[in-house]
Every structure is written in C-alpha cells, then in structure tokens.
Design a protein around this ligand. Sequence first.
Ligand SMILES: NC(=O)C1=CN([C@@H]2O[C@H](COP(=O)(O)OP(=O)(O)OC[C@H]3O[C@@H](n4cnc5c(N)ncnc54)[C@H](OP(=O)(O)O)[C@@H]3O)[C@@H](O)[C@H]2O)C=CC1
Ligand SMILES: O=C1O[C@H](COP(=O)(O)O)[C@@H](O)[C@H](O)[C@H]1O
Length: 516
Amino acid sequence: MAIPEVKAAPAAPVKTQKPERKPDPCIVVIFGASGDLTKRKLLPALYHLEQAGLLPKEISVVGVARRPLEATFAPDMKEGIIAGGGVDEKEAALAPFIEHVQYHAMNFDDDAGYAGLNELLSSIDKKNGTKGNRLFYLATAPEYFADIINALGKHEMNKPAKDKPGSWVRTIVEKPFGHDLESARKLNDDVNKVFDEDQVFRIDHYLGKETVQNILVFRFANGIFENVWNRNYIDHVEITAAESIGIEGRGPFYETAGALRDVVQNHVMELLSFVAMEPPVSFEASAVRAEKVKVWKSIQPIHPADTVRGQYGPSTVDGKQVVGYRQEDRVHPRSQTETYAALRLEIENWRWAGVPFYIRAGKRMAKRVTEITITFKQPPLSIFKDAEGKGAEGIRSNVVSMRIQPDEGITLRFGAKLPGPNMSISPVNMNFSYAESFGASSANGYERLLLDAMLGDATLFAHRDGVEATWALITPILEDWAKNPIKDLPNYPAGTWGPPASDAMLKADGRKWRKL
Ligand SMILES: NC(=O)C1=CN([C@@H]2O[C@H](COP(=O)(O)OP(=O)(O)OC[C@H]3O[C@@H](n4cnc5c(N)ncnc54)[C@H](OP(=O)(O)O)[C@@H]3O)[C@@H](O)[C@H]2O)C=CC1
Ligand SMILES: O=C1O[C@H](COP(=O)(O)O)[C@@H](O)[C@H](O)[C@H]1O
C-alpha cells in the first residue's frame, strides 16, 4: 500500500537570489581542458553562471591540455555545454561566453609550456582587463597535481604579480586528494610549499549541491529538530550513495580507486559530517571546517568485521545485457577492486555515543539514489498496540529522509489515525520537494563552488586537516582489504542492492536497510 502523503509548500513567495557581490575580473585556467570533467561539468557550470549574470564582464577561461585543438575549442565545448547543461542546441546562445574561452596546448611536464601560458595570461590581462587575478583549476588525473603545482611555483605564477597590487591567485584541486593517508599528507605538503592554505580550494562537488547545504539549514535554522538530533532520540542513521551507472569507460582510474576511495572517503564522509556535526559558531570557513574535523576524529577505528565490499557481475538490467566489472574496458579480469562498499561506524562523542551509522556506496545498483535516513527510537510504550495496522512496517519509528538526489527533498514519516470508527494507525509522509517548491534547478554543484572560489569563500571546500582525518579512517580498511583478497567476487549482479553480506551486517544488529 502506498503511504499517504502531505505536501510541504513554501510559506512565502520564492524570490530569485542574487549573490551579494560578483567575483572580481579574473582568468580561470583549467588544466585537463579536453577531459571528461571539463566537458561535462566545468564548462556547463561556467556557461550557466554567465547566463545567470553572476560572472564579471571581464572573465576569461584558458583550457590547458596535451592534444592539439583549435585555438578556440568551440565545437568540443559547445557539445559539452549542450550535453552537460541540458540546454537545447537552438537555445544555446553560447556567445558571448564562447568568445571568452581559449585553448593552450602543452604537456604538463613541458617547462616552455608554462612560460608560454604565463605570457598568454599576461596578454589576456592587458586585452580583457582581468587584472592579474587567476583561478587555476587542476582537473587532471591526480598524479599530475604536484607537478603542475611545482611548475606554477617555479614560474612564479603562484603569487600575485608585483605590478598588480591587490590581485589574487587561487587554485582548485580536484579529487581524489591523495590515495591514502601518507600520499594525502605528502600532497598537502607539496601544495603548501607553493600555495598558502588560504589560496587552496580542495573541491568536493557534493558540497556544492543545494540539498547537501540544506542539511545544515534543516538542522540549524529550525528550532525543532536539533533538540531531538542525538543519541536520546535517534536509533540509527543510514547514508546511501547508490549509482545505477557503471564505471563509464574510466577503467584505468577506477582500478586504482574503488568505491571506498572514489566516493566514501570524500562525498559520503562530507554527508556524514553535515549530519553529525555540532552547530558551528558561524557559517564561516574555519568554524564549519573545525566542526567537521571533530566529527571525523571522533569516529572509532572501523573494525574489518564492520566492513563489506562487493563487485558487480554481469546481469540483465531493464531488458539490456550489462557486463560485469571484470569485463569492463581496461579492467583486470581477476580484479579485486570493489565497486560497492558498506561500513558500520560509531561516533564516540556525547551526542552520538551508541548510535550506529551505516553507510553504503556502489556502482550498478538497483537505482540512482543518494539519501540520508534518520530513524528515531520508538516511543517507550505503545498505548495503541492493537491499533497498528498489520504490515505497516516500522510504523512506530519516525523517519526523516533527506533525498540528496534525485527527487531532491525531505520527508518526515509519522503515524496518523485512519479515518473511521476504529483506532487504526497508518504511516503517512510529510514531503518537501525542492522542484515542486522552488522549480527545477540546473545547478550541478560545480556552479556554486566555482563561484565561491572566484569570490574567495572557502566554506564549502575541504581543508588539509579534514582530508587527512578522513584518510586516517579509510586507510586501515584499504590496507586490510589489500591484505585479504576475497574469493567470491563478483558478489552482486548489476542492477541489485549489493552483496548479501551488506544486509547481513544490519541484520546482525536487528535492522535492515531502508527500501529506497
Ligand atoms: N569525470 C568526472 O565525472 C569526475 C572527475 N573528477 C576528477 O577530475 C579529474 C579529471 O578527471 P577526468 O576529466 O575524468 O579525466 P580525463 O582523463 O577525461 O581528462 C584528463 C585531462 O588531462 C589531460 N592530460 C593528461 N595527461 C596530460 C599531460 N601529460 N599533459 C597535458 N595534459 C594532460 C588530458 O588531455 P589530453 O586528453 O589532451 O591528453 C585531459 O584533458 C580527476 O582527478 C578525477 O578524479 C572528479 C569528479 C567527477
Ligand atoms: O566524484 C565522483 O562522483 C560521481 C558521482 O557524482 P554525482 O554528482 O553524479 O552523484 C561518481 O560517478 C564518480 O565515480 C566519482 O568519481
């Protein structure tokens, strides 16, 4: 039986927001400009920002990559914006944005290439009035991060030019930031030898998603939820980051990553910190980051028995044959890389002691859904024992589910009296839908974060302490898994909810994953 639903609607007319200030004139330099991320996410994001009137008139984008492209890589970019931005080709009025974009072909290890890039940037400053402000975006494979940073330092592109007082230089570094704790520390050291910490913006695009930021608004801008947001009222928390897609041709990358490195160490840990953190003293970068780090440092070392890994095998999904992970392009036929990871963890602080957090992330799962579920404790005593309808599973537990994507929104489930002469109870949902309340949004997370970086606001970016704290949690699991290969891979068919061991982990605690 479908659960009846009550809708939440905006209590006041919704006004379109404009940020309080526009970024300074600047040049955005994207290393890795011919890559997948630039095409599908970064250029569409910049295009949308310009369309929304959020960029300064004097903006330039310089794409840097190895392959020779036309001086203006317009066709590629147009295709990317249309595919990634969901715009109709006819409507895609790419001018004037496209005129702001140039391409500089070079190899990342080519010293002369950086000298040429520096000259190009100076000439753009003169022509376009970009005033020496630079945002370097490292959208390349992580093995190049340190080399590019060092080269920028060597060519003195890491600091504002002396003849441009008041100008700024910043760098955005893509994920994965390191491969384990040791490499993350080394990369942090390398980056901080060249750039001061306040110039560094370590990006996690989940923090740019409206629904992720809304977790903090839900908790800290409302008076009623925070009072029950603790061990006295909450039974357990689930975080699911399920993708229906596979590895999308990224075999060489994914073979060195796996689900734990690819999404758990970063996206899922960020979600967890927003759900669990104490109220920061303000919404300023240092205050928010400090509270996040406290959460990660309070997590007890995760025991191998509280971890599950999986790998998808071939299957038929929606009538289509889907290959298993080991049959994907450039994947080892006996690969041990996990495409699914589930963990059970506890946060040992006064708020959360004794509350289990169950997290799972995977590729080729039954559907694409990222959701946080807070299940509250049942009332200590039920005076309506005979009235709870049969099959109304979990009716006595209130549940708050935060849908990060898709169908973004928040649902509160509670029990209501069924109309009629008997005292019968049924679960109902009170639902807030972003799209219904505020209309569709084209934002993919990158828009907000690119804008923030141009504005110099680091609140939604990771700090070196945070990156190291999450790697400190994940690295022992990776080491344990590397030492103990498993024999029964693949252990879940594509298009399902992961390996049976994941259900068993919750069953051992008398719980089950919420049906999504
Ligand atoms: N793709 C995605 O959805 C996401 C990606 N990321 C991260 O973004 C980063 C980039 O990923 P993605 O775009 O997928 O990677 P791609 O492999 O698609 O792109 C890599 C880019 O780097 C360039 N490049 C590689 N080697 C050199 C070199 N020696 N000299 C100059 N240019 C070089 C390539 O240029 P050329 O081809 O011309 O050689 C290409 O432009 C990674 O860190 C990834 O983890 C993060 C989140 C999502
Ligand atoms: O960083 C990554 O994230 C994507 C998932 O991002 P989403 O915004 O589509 O949820 C994931 O597919 C990719 O493997 C990973 O590198």
